[in-house]
Write a protein that binds this ligand. Structure first.
Ligand SMILES: [Mg+2]
Length: 339
């Protein structure tokens, strides 16, 4: 039995901007677990918003890896990780959980979704993200994405010219479903004004208009908004879901922030139990992480799985995309291979 890992710097095809930052590369750590000739793999995609960096991953992974002793004992893995490290470190836990679950699926010779009994329904079409930048560049990106066949665009907001951006993208892609992600950047008055703009532009949903902790503000917006509100930064942990039910219409689940596919599945079931709609989301991450999210996405209302499409040097292959339509891999485990 062995657990090993390597960290690669993955580069985006273009600089990628959101309200908090613009980046051109992302350190991602890939975990490989081997036992009895079978391999399970996971990816850690740390995000500073959730308190993780490449440095914390490098420090915490050696402490948590010994928790992966029996790849069939997922409850035990969680209990041991919680005992070793009380802080969340979700992307590290995600990488180890992914490795355990893929190992089990590969040893059974089935895709992870089948092992877990998840919906085999076709995935909802994924949005393609237009990052923040110069307005003309954003226009061009939207136009090109629509021309390539992307029917769902998501735009990052949180600037002084949000209204112009929404109007410009609506103009460039009149037939596309348009989603907006404010990444917690608006004040309550800004959000109230923007919700009118979004409604007029036929925006399908808005992610995280206000600060992560402002549930009261979100509940206030929701009371009059015609555009559904989706929690992203407000949801870090499965146990957050219940409190979000009164403040949002839906939740964005990401494996790397929740702590892995089993945690995301628990959040999905809890969200359904509370009447929330569900988006399967992602970080900027390789096709390994996206393949894991794809196994769960058939049970979701919306997909936002373009993280690997934005990369120029994705180290994994095997995902079949037709514009924004991703086919769930049917091979054993996560169904992708190292390039
Ligand atoms: Mg978001």
């Amino acid at each position: 039995m062995s657990v090993r890992w390597e960290t690669l710097e993955l580069h985006t095809a273009r600089p990628f901007g959101i309200a908090r930052w613009t980046h051109t590369s992302y350190p991602r750590t890939f975990v490989t677990f081997e036992q009895e000739g079978v391999t399970g793999r996971g990816e850690a995609a740390p995000n500073a918003f959730y308190g993780e960096t490449a440095g914390t991953v490098a420090a915490v992974l050696p402490l948590l890896a010994p928790a992966l002793t029996d790849p069939w004992d997922w409850d035990g893995l969680h209990a041991r990780m919680a005992a070793l490290m009380p802080f969340h470190h979700p992307s590290v836990k995600c990488a180890l959980e992914m490795a355990a679950v893929e190992w089990a699926a590969c040893s059974a010779g089935v895709p992870v979704g089948r092992l877990l009994g998840l919906s085999p329904a076709p995935l909802p079409e994924s949005s393609f993200t237009v990052g923040l930048g110069e307005l003309e560049d954003m226009r061009r990106e939207a136009r090109e994405a629509a021309a390539r066949g992307h029917g769902v665009l998501k735009v990052k907001l949180g600037t002084a010219q949000d209204e112009r951006i929404v109007e410009a993208l609506r103009e460039e892609a009149p037939a596309a479903a348009l989603r907006v992600d404010a990444n917690a950047a608006w004040t309550r008055p800004q959000a109230r004004r923007m919700l009118g703009v979004l409604d007029a532009a036929r925006v399908e949903l808005v992610e995280q208009p206000l600060a992560a902790g402002d549930l009261e503000g979100h509940a206030g917006l929701r009371a009059f908004s015609r555009v559904p509100l989706v929690a992203d930064e407000s949801l870090h942990h499965v146990s957050d879901v219940r409190a979000l039910a009164g403040a949002f219409d839906g939740v964005n689940l990401k494996l790397a922030k929740l702590g892995g596919p089993l945690q995301a599945l628990a959040a999905l079931r809890l969200a359904r139990a509370h009447g929330l709609q569900v988006m399967m989301g992602c970080m900027i991450e390789s096709s390994l992480g996206i393949a894991a999210a794809a196994q769960l996405a058939g049970a979701c209302d919306w997909a936002d799985l373009d993280g690997a499409l934005l990369l120029g040097d994705d180290p994994f292959t095997g995902l079949e995309w037709t514009a924004g339509q991703l086919e769930r891999p049917t091979g054993p485990g996560w169904g992708v291979q190292r390039a």
